[in-house]
Ligand binder design. Structure first.
Ligand SMILES: Nc1ncnc2c1ncn2[C@@H]1O[C@H](COP(=O)(O)OP(=O)(O)OP(=O)(O)O)[C@@H](O)[C@H]1O
Ligand SMILES: [Mg+2]
Length: 328
């Protein structure tokens, strides 16, 4: 199965301030703010939704095609993704802009001050799918993950027009998309990924009911945080899958993306939706147990052992048959 993953690539710069931001904010003197916080921790991590999703698929032995706009500074990141099975040959490299960068400082009260520089991501709207497909062949599935909003809408228009099955994954971009834009993105999607909050937001913004949204898409996957995930479609009974128990809860960043990696890998292997959601949940658990979104690793044996523990021997047998290319 030829799968394209469109969306953001970026780096996260996470800093910790050993005090309270609010101690530096003087009530009554907030017209002119000029503050610099002396931080004592800096963590730089690879991120971006498309990169996270493609990485997880690569780790499971697939070879997804990354469709994204990045800066010239992305050489090291590219080498990393290539090493983990991602096809980066069709990425648009900006001549002038830096790869997207997210910078956040967290204080002792877990208050955060953040900035997001989209940089090269704004050029994603110039990406054309047609020339990419002339090289790699028609895609069997296009995943549209958070990106420059115009790029997301373009991709869904092209996919619909050309009959390419697509997965709409608006995630964080739901917040800034209007009702009509959300409708344009998701109608006709083969798969729709959302968490519960995003689904409520979609209902509110589009004016569609829960059922109407379900009728607009083939399969809807709603992640429920620690309660797992629900897979629904208009003409079948919903399937609910629980989480795979985590050994430690270190850092939940990226759980949503890795859930998608596992779910889509299951689709590529022709597994049923229950197995797909179980695979997604297993991968999400690995992410929770590590700091960073692309720092998890496992052997085939260990993965299957934990999978069997969470979902039973039969489930592990179904999945095990496909894990043959695996090994990072
Ligand atoms: N506490 C947890 N323990 C184990 N697995 C979890 C936990 N929380 C979430 N997951 C897994 O991750 C999946 C996605 O989680 P969630 O619904 O929180 O996504 P999200 O809100 O999109 O997250 P984010 O956008 O912050 O990555 C869940 O369906 C579940 O499989
Ligand atoms: Mg999410």
């Amino acid at each position: 199965m030829k799968i394209g993953v469109a969306g953001s690539v970026g780096s996260d710069h996470l800093m910790t301030f050993p005090g309270k931001f609010t101690d530096s904010l003087v009530a009554g003197s907030l017209e002119k703010v000029s503050l610099s916080f002396l931080v004592d921790g800096l963590d730089v991590r690879r991120g971006g939704c498309a990169a996270n999703i493609a990485f997880g698929m690569g780790v499971l032995g697939l070879n997804p095609i990354l469709i994204s706009a990045v800066g010239k500074d992305w050489e090291d990141y590219e080498a990393w993704l290539t090493r983990h099975g991602v096809n980066t040959s069709h990425v648009l490299v900006s001549e002038t802009l830096h790869t997207a960068l997210y910078m956040v400082t967290t204080d002792t009260e877990l208050n955060q001050i953040a900035s997001f520089f989209p940089g090269a991501m704004s050029e994603a709207r110039n990406i054309e799918l047609q020339p990419i497909m002339e090289k790699v062949g028609a895609l069997d599935l296009l995943v549209i993950s958070p990106d420059d909003p115009e790029a997301m809408l373009n991709h869904s228009d092209v996919a619909r027009a050309q009959g390419i099955p697509f997965a709409a994954d608006p995630s964080q971009q739901m917040a800034r998309m209007s009702g009509p834009e959300i409708k344009r993105l998701i109608s006709g999607a083969a798969y729709l990924f959302m968490n519960e909050y995003e689904l409520a937001l979609a209902i509110q913004k589009t004016g569609w009911t829960d059922e109407q949204i379900l009728e607009e898409v083939g399969v809807r996957i709603v992640t429920l945080g620690s309660l797992g995930a629900k897979v629904e479609s208009a003409n079948s009974e919903p399937v609910v899958v629980g989480i795979a128990q985590e050994r430690a809860k270190l850092d939940p960043t990226g759980v949503g993306d890795s859930f998608r990696s596992g779910f889509i890998a299951g689709l590529a292997w022709g597994l049923n939706h229950e197995r797909c959601a179980q695979l997604g949940s297993m991968l999400a658990t690995y992410v929770i147990e590590t700091k960073g979104t692309q720092e998890y690793h496992f052997t085939q044996e260990e993965f299957l052992e934990r999978f069997a523990l969470a979902y039973g021997e039969n489930a592990a047998v179904d999945v095990g048959a496909h894990l043959v290319h695996f090994g990072f």
